[in-house]
Design a protein around this ligand. Structure first.
Ligand code: SF4
Length: 382
């Protein structure tokens, strides 16, 4: 439900009552981009329309990206009117700012859903070719405004937490890029939930958005093309394993022991490194999908040979995969280790029997730290 303000709580006059009814009506507006296809069937039939109209509506929503219900060409006017009268909307995102990397492969957007909801979302393209072979086009999605986890090396974490995004606000980030890509005959191929926020701290809305984005009657993206990255909310990891959604899971570890991890991720709280490894094992056992451990490499903090050996010791024999992410060079007081240091760290892990890759760097000159663009824009408008 949209959070519209009800201005008059207890109407006294007829004029006030009419005003009240209007706002009560608006308060009940529901964005169609948060509706699952099964729910859409019920809505359409409850409006006296045949069920096949739900498919026409879904096709219009996800393959044409209309800005208003009136712009959906597949459905008749009588149905459009019925949807509007019943309080449905397709509300949309406003692109406030766009930055594109020099090579054109990375695009970072600042999107606004309402005055108080501004988030970043990023498109990363791999292997674009002049021969028109479709590139892999990955959208890095945000799930919260700010983040409650407070990782000390992350600009989003330093913003603090403002609020959870609604499912439709997650869906619309993807549709915004889908619309841009469609103009050049390309499409979104992958999603990573690694933007602003901790997706598992906004569990219900994140999972609803994923179900919509992967439903063959809606956006239709393959579930295996999606990665959820979490800093490690263990009850939510166990819950995700029970969803039987074929998404990949990445756990941000950043340290091989509790003392160092609590310094980097202050909210790690009751969940120890050992608890996280156990949760990853349970997830693998239940889903058959191996978990990736993300490790942000920060110069002089967690990048020494001794720490690499400790990490190898912790993870060996688990079939674990580690993805090393050299710290973004512009993130405050922390620095990225040299290439030589990164490779030495990787060598020790591999030598210790741990599968390990270094993340391919995309658009570092525009991305700064996650959350930076939004913070800069908010400061400029104050
Ligand atoms: S790294 Fe991720 S989990 Fe940590 S504060 Fe930043 S957005 Fe939140």
């Amino acid at each position: 439900m949209s959070n519209f303000l009800v201005i008059i709580k207890n109407p006294k006059s007829r004029a006030e009552e009419s005003y009240f009814n209007r706002y009560i009506h608006i308060e009940k507006m529901t964005n169609l981009y948060r509706i699952l296809p099964e729910e859409m069937d019920d809505i359409v039939t409850s409006l006296g329309q045949p069920r096949y109209r739900a498919d026409q509506l879904l096709h219009g929503l996800y393959h044409e990206s209309p800005r208003t219900i009136e712009n959906i060409h597949q459905i008749p006017s009588v149905m459009k009117n019925a949807l509007v009268t019943a309080g449905y909307t397709i509300g949309y995102e406003n692109e406030v700012h766009r930055v594109v990397s020099k090579d054109g492969h990375t695009t970072k957007l600042l999107l606004e859903f309402d005055e108080k909801t501004m988030i970043e979302t990023v498109l990363m393209q791999y292997n674009p070719s002049p021969e028109k072979i479709h590139p892999r086009s990955t959208v890095c999605v945000s799930t919260q405004v700010g983040c409650p986890m407070g990782c000390i090396f992350c600009a989003t974490g330093q913003m603090g937490f403002e609020k959870n995004l609604k499912a439709e606000e997650i869906v619309l980030q993807v549709l915004h890029f889908a619309r841009l890509l469609r103009q050049r005959d390309e499409h979104v191929t992958n999603l990573v939930f690694m933007g602003m926020g901790e997706p598992l701290a906004n569990y219900d809305e994140t999972i609803r958005a994923i179900k919509i984005l992967t439903h063959p009657r809606a956006f239709g993206l393959g579930q295996r093309s999606i990665t959820i990255s979490t800093v490690g909310i263990i009850p939510a990891i166990d819950r995700l394993a029970d969803e039987y959604i074929q998404v990949k899971l990445a756990i941000s570890l950043h340290a091989p022991n509790n003392e160092l991890r609590k310094k980097l991720v202050p909210t790690a709280g009751p969940h120890s490194v050992e608890d996280l490894i156990s949760a990853a094992k349970r997830y693998f056992k239940k889903t058959g999908r191996r978990v990736t451990f993300e490790y942000a490499l920060i110069e002089g903090i967690n990048d020494s040979n001794a720490i690499a050996s400790e990490l190898a010791q912790l993870l060996k024999g688990n079939g674990a995969h580690v993805n090393l992410i050299p710290m973004n060079p512009t993130a405050g007081e922390f620095s990225r280790p040299s290439r030589k240091r990164v490779l030495a760290f990787q060598y020790i892990l591999r030598d210790g029997g741990v599968n390990c890759t270094v993340r391919v760097e995309k658009g570092s000159e525009i991305s700064a730290a996650c959350g930076q663009l939004r913070t800069d824009m908010v400061q400029k408008t104050i």
